[in-house]
Write a protein that binds this ligand. Sequence first.
Ligand SMILES: Cc1cc2nc3c(=O)[nH]c(=O)nc-3n(C[C@H](O)[C@H](O)[C@H](O)COP(=O)(O)OP(=O)(O)OC[C@H]3O[C@@H](n4cnc5c(N)ncnc54)[C@H](O)[C@@H]3O)c2cc1C
Length: 478
Amino acid sequence: MLYKSRDEITQDYDVIIIGSGLAGMTAANILGRNSHKVLLLESHNKLGGFATWFFRDDRKHVFDVSLHGFPAGMIKTCRKYWSRDIADSIVQLKDVRFVNPQFSVQTDFTKEHYSKVLCDHFKIPAETVEAFFTHLASMNFYDNSSETNRDLFGKFFPERNDVVRFLMEPITYANGSTLEDPAITYGIVFSNFMSKGVFTFKGGTDYLISKMRDELLKNNVDIKMQARVEKILVENGVTTGVVLNGKEIKAKTVLSNGNIKSTVLNLVGEENFSSDFVQKAKDIRLNSSSCQVYMGLKEGVRIPHIGDLIFTSSHPVYEPERLLDLKVSSRTFSVYYPEDTRPQVENGRVAIVSSTNCRYEDWKNLSPEEYQKEKEFMIEETLKGLENFLPSIRDQIEIIEAATPLTVERYTLHPKGTSFGTKFEGLEVSMNLHKELPGLFHAGSVGIIMSGWLGAANYGVIQANAIESYLLTKASHV
Ligand SMILES: Cc1cc2nc3c(=O)[nH]c(=O)nc-3n(C[C@H](O)[C@H](O)[C@H](O)COP(=O)(O)OP(=O)(O)OC[C@H]3O[C@@H](n4cnc5c(N)ncnc54)[C@H](O)[C@@H]3O)c2cc1C
């Protein structure tokens, strides 16, 4: 059932899920489908978390916030844990472009085409390319290797900043990875994309989330939105439910889809964990954040096909740190051609979204006037960048606005507006949560690997299985 915002919840549950991001919703769907009594609580007035969208100007314009591209694995995940209908709406983005002072390349983002470009354009010997991909495929999460991305690229492509840019820049854009991050995180994410390319959801995020909501309700998941959980309850060292609007709701298990640091340090509280575990949670580094410029075109305006995803920069070389600068010259354009993205919408408008990585502190520390000025600067720089592909774009735009890490923080409750959760060390804390505090689980963007649409959804699957095992063991002890 769908609770109204004023409804009081008086029943107990097997599982309470805090947060309806892709991890929380996927776990809810599996557990509901398997006949567990599930309550999904979402602070926002819509489901989806970062998988979200917004309308402007009486719904004439619709913007997807995080639907830029995900790996093919999402098809299998959706078919198995959601529905065939949802899986069948996932389609490939075939036209990914790089335009920067070092190279200009058009690709379908597959291993085959990447290998060809590495050999033909960058003149890397075929054996080296093959050895690189073989090395990525052999990487094992459990190896505990200390190899960093810098080591990895240094080994295969020494002194080739252009090649590193081609291989690494899209992943840096996607999840904020740097050359100092563990190579395993790059290996997993990049290999996921390279298996078949980049995919999107035909119909738009709103369409996807409405289908997911229907599926959750069909599987008897109770849902309440505008329901911000204040506390996770702990009695005698075991999780027993949550506090919502000052009232306790009891449950055998709780799965938090909120940020892992906030879950441990705020929702539960330090006093319920060992000091060693608390320290590990405090030491988790958050990932960087991002800015977006959303542009909606006038009614009836159509543009030439300039690509689906365009990684563009005027910066001479690849420098991951510079990608975070306030005065950045590198950005990704996602172009949403209405006939492809939302064929179900009549007279859809073209939407273009520009994304840049950035640091929360750079925006947080600005005065209101400076903040406004920086936003205007960002919009102007974005337009200049876009004019390289679409010279008349200024006249064609009807609506344009910018979002910053502060916008992300306000809407999703993620500390410092982190768009991709935490660095690698967050995964260990997240996975060990239920060992420290029985009955409490976490699923959501952590460790780089478990973030993004596919990573988050798959982590929801992993944690749903862990919850089922816990419930089974608990039942056998009664
Ligand atoms: C601008 C941007 C672009 C992105 N682009 C892509 C992309 O192209 N491809 C891709 O794969 N990924 C992309 N991502 C990342 C991807 O969207 C996320 O990694 C993924 O959606 C996160 O899912 P999650 O399960 O971790 O939960 P989240 O999306 O983080 O959702 C958590 C939910 O929990 C709720 N919540 C938190 N605390 C509470 C509480 N106390 N009570 C109730 N509810 C609470 C929040 O309101 C939120 O709805 C992008 C992210 C951003 C920000």
